[in-house]
Write a protein that binds this ligand. Structure first.
Ligand SMILES: [Zn+2]
Length: 354
C-alpha cells in the first residue's frame, strides 16, 4: 500500500511512488490545521467578553476610543493581550496555511523552486512568531505592541536564541517530544546541514546568493538550470523534515487554542496518536509504539469482515489505518473501512503525558 488514500492518485503521478504516502501525510497535517482554524472561527474562539459596569467605562467608550485602547486604559490589560494574541494567532495560521498549501501543490508538479520559495515564509518566519506566542505570551504581546519591527530581529534570534526559543515553546506544547529543538533548527536554519532547508530557501527565493555558506556558483544562477526530472528533492528527506515541522506547528496551534479555552483534549489525543503514529511509521526506524499499542489493545475488534481472519497492523500500513481508516486483509486481500478514530475515542490515552 503506497498511499494513505487521501489524494486523487492523478495528482500524485509526478511524485516518485515511494513518497506518495509521505506527501499525503503532509497534506493531511495541513488539512488538520485548516480544519481546526475554521472550527475556532466558527466558535468565535478568539473573542473575549467583559462587562461595562461603571460610569467611567461608558464615558470612555462613548468617546469613540479604539476598543484595544479602551481595554488598556480601563485597567483590562490582560484582556487586551488576550484579544490581540487570539486575533494574531488566527490570522497568522491562516497566512501560513495558504503558503504551505500552495507549496505542497507545487511539489506535486515538480516546481521545486516555487515550493521552497513558498515554504520559506511559514517555516522560517511564521514558526518563530508562533514559538514566541507559545513560549512567553506576555513578552510577545509587549514586543508586538511597542516594537513589532524587531520580532524577527537577528540580534535576539541567532543560533542560540532560536534554539532557546524553540525549546521554551516546545516544552509548553504537549506532544512535541516526538522531536526536539535541535532537529527543528537543523531542518530550517542550519546552513551546515546539506539535507536541510536553509540553503534551499535562500536559493529558491534569490537568483544570486553571496554569503559563503550558500554561494551561487560561477556560470550559474540559483536553480535556473535545475532539471525538473531530478528526484533529489524527494529523496533527500524533504518530506520527513516537512512533516516534522508542520506537526510541530500544529501542536503549537493546539496549545495556543487551549489557552483560548477551546481545545478539546479528545481531539488532542486523537491527533497526537494518529499523526505522531503515522510520522513514526513513515519516517523513523525500528518498532512503532503506536502500532504495538493497536495490536495489543484493539485485537478483539480487528477481524476481517469478509473472511474473519485476525488482522494485525504492520508499521508500513499504520498511516493508512491511522489516517485513512482503511485496513487491509492479507488473507483474502480485502481493503476495508475501519472506524479507527471512533475506537480511539473510547479508550483513555496516556501516551503523551509529557
Ligand atoms: Zn479477509
Amino acid at each position: 500500500m503506497n498511499t494513505i488514500g487521501l489524494i486523487d492518485p492523478d495528482r500524485l503521478q509526478n511524485i516518485p511512488e515511494k513518497h506518495w504516502a509521505e506527501h499525503e501525510f503532509c497534506f493531511h497535517l495541513h488539512d488538520l490545521m485548516a480544519a481546526l482554524l475554521v472550527q475556532m472561527e466558527i466558535q468565535k474562539a478568539g473573542h473575549i467578553r467583559f462587562e461595562t459596569g461603571s460610569e467611567d467605562d461608558r464615558r470612555l467608550l462613548a468617546s469613540g476610543i479604539h476598543i484595544l485602547d479602551f481595554l488598556d486604559k480601563s485597567g483590562r490589560g490582560e484582556l487586551e493581550r488576550r484579544a490581540v494574541v487570539n486575533h494574531v494567532c488566527n490570522a497568522l495560521f491562516s497566512d501560513m496555511l495558504h503558503f504551505i498549501y500552495e507549496a505542497l501543490r507545487a511539489l506535486e508538479k515538480r516546481k521545486f523552486t516555487v515550493a521552497f520559495s513558498l515554504l520559506r515564509k511559514p517555516l522560517k518566519e511564521g514558526m518563530l512568531i508562533v514559538a514566541q506566542m507559545c513560549a512567553d505570551e506576555g513578552a510577545f504581546f509587549d514586543r508586538l505592541k511597542a516594537d513589532a519591527k524587531n520580532l524577527l530581529s537577528r540580534r535576539n534570534l541567532d543560533e542560540a536564541g532560536i534554539k532557546a526559543l524553540l525549546e521554551a515553546a516546545m516544552k509548553l506544547s504537549r506532544g512535541c517530544s516526538f522531536t526536539n529543538p535541535d532537529k527543528v533548527y537543523d531542518a530550517v536554519f542550519n546552513y551546515h546541514n546539506d539535507q536541510g532547508f536553509a540553503g534551499l530557501f535562500d536559493k529558491a527565493t534569490h537568483l544570486v546568493t553571496e554569503f559563503r555558506r550558500n554561494q551561487t556558483e560561477d556560470y550559474n544562477l540559483n536553480f535556473i538550470f535545475k532539471n525538473p526530472e531530478d528526484d533529489d528533492i524527494y529523496a533527500g528527506g524533504t518530506y520527513a523534515q516537512l512533516a516534522m515541522l508542520i506537526l510541530v506547528l500544529h501542536i503549537m496551534q493546539i496549545e495556543l487554542y487551549r489557552r483560548m479555552g477551546k481545545a478539546s483534549k479528545k481531539y488532542q489525543n486523537w491527533m497526537l496518536f494518529t499523526s505522531v503514529g503515522a510520522y513514526e511509521a513513515l519516517f523513523t526506524k525500528g518498532r512503532s509504539r503506536m502500532t504495538n499499542f493497536v495490536n495489543s489493545n484493539f485485537a478483539e475488534f480487528m477481524q476481517c469482515r469478509l473472511c474473519e481472519a485476525q488482522l494485525r497492523i504492520k508499521k508500513v500500513n499504520a498511516p493508512r489505518l491511522f489516517i485513512g481508516e482503511r485496513l487491509y486483509c492479507e488473507q483474502c486481500l480485502a481493503d476495508q473501512h475501519f472506524p479507527f478514530g471512533w475506537l480511539l475515542s473510547k479508550v483513555d490515552l496516556d501516551l503523551f503525558e509529557d
